[in-house]
Design a protein around this ligand. Structure first.
Ligand code: BTN
Length: 258
């Protein structure tokens, strides 16, 4: 199996040439505990931390993010806003849209987003996003993307997973993917305070893999069943039950009902 590896010097050079990414500072490691942790401890605004391997990669709800040195993408970006953005609760969804759009621009099709910010193809998770914040105006955005995870790693992963390589992603485009994603993120973060919420909701719904599906949401040991009808203007998911009543959820595990 060929392992895609980023050409860090090339990436650094391109980031310096592109207007929206010129301010980013890239810190690259062969191995690290976690790129999010590194930024939490040492990060300055506009720092990007990337690693070939993470020994303690983690995801939402304290889950482990298995991060072997196989050519997957593990990176985090520390972004600082002048003011706490009005639509802060939409930020993680915005990051997910940037990821989905970048892959689309690189020729990938058929991928979708699962609320709040997972990248899927069919029922397989390809990537995840973790936002962490120590101060209201500062956010660390961590992204993990399976590019070429070998099946021998399957016992270490506790959910259905997939890679982007079999979906038409060319390994030689890894530099391009990372640069484009940083460019897209930088532009979106820069414009985030001017977000037009109704446009954003429509944009999210066009990527939403669960829209109009019958699902079950588990929250605080309670189960709710109904049809997903998209997100509201705060980024909460909307579930319509049999009687037509709509409930909004800001957290919870969602599974599709067959
Ligand atoms: C999830 O789906 O639960 C989110 C996964 C986020 C993983 C990324 S990999 C880079 C960054 N460093 C971490 O330790 N986690 C995030």
């Amino acid at each position: 199996m060929s392992k895609p590896v980023l050409n860090i010097e090339h990436v650094r050079q391109r980031l310096a040439e592109i207007e929206s990414t010129q301010h980013l500072q890239l810190h690259a490691f062969k191995s690290i505990d976690s790129t999010n942790l590194w930024l939490l401890k040492h990060g300055q605004c506009a720092d990007v931390c990337i690693a070939q391997k993470q020994t303690q990669g983690y995801g939402r709800q304290g889950r482990r993010w298995h991060s072997p040195d196989v050519g997957n993408l593990y990176f985090s970006l520390k972004t600082c806003f002048n003011e706490v953005p009005k639509h802060y609760s939409l930020l993680s969804l915005q990051v997910a849209i940037c990821l989905a759009e970048t892959l689309e621009e690189l020729g990938m099709t058929g991928h979708r987003l699962k609320w709040p910010n997972d990248l899927y193809y069919g029922d397989k998770k390809l990537g995840g996003i973790l936002l962490q914040s120590q101060k209201p105006k500062e956010v660390i955005i961590g992204i993990g993307l399976n590019i070429n995870m070998p099946t021998s790693e399957a016992p270490n992963i506790d959910q259905k997973w997939g890679n982007i390589k079999p979906l038409g992603f060319k390994l030689e485009n890894l530099d391009k993917l990372f640069i484009k994603l940083l460019e897209k993120l930088s532009i979106a973060l820069d414009r985030f305070s001017e977000l037009i919420v109704m446009d954003f909701v429509n944009q999210w719904n066009s990527w939403d893999m669960l829209l109009n599906q019958s699902v079950q949401i588990t929250q605080n040991n309670q189960c709710y069943q109904g049809k997903m009808t998209g997100i509201d203007t705060s980024g909460r998911i909307k579930l319509m039950d049999k009687s037509g009543d709509e409930q909004h959820f800001s957290s919870g595990d969602i599974s599709v009902r067959l």
